[in-house]
Design a protein around this ligand. Structure first.
Ligand code: ZN
Length: 80
């Protein structure tokens, strides 16, 4: 869980919602659980990555060519 994350109960009858005040140092594969027993979901996704730097947002994927291990030495040689 990250700071400022909001989690909302998946049970609409419950409507429970939590706000994370501090980063959790231990991570779990499962979502946190509401006091009513249902799993919590994250309804809000922090849009920082997309709105702050839109030019970087589009290539923020696994197919980013800058992340592929090409030959950096060869590029340096061509720059000279
Ligand atoms: Zn609940």
């Amino acid at each position: 869980m990250r700071r400022n994350d909001r989690w909302r109960c998946s049970n609409p009858e419950c409507g429970g919602e939590i706000l994370v005040l501090a980063n959790a140092k231990a991570f779990s594969a499962t979502n946190p659980r509401c006091s009513c027993g249902n799993l919590m979901r994250k309804p809000y996704i922090t849009p920082k990555l997309n709105t702050f730097e839109p030019e970087h947002g589009s290539d923020f994927s696994l197919e980013d060519p800058r992340r592929t291990p090409s030959l950096p030495d060869a590029e340096n040689v061509q720059l000279d």
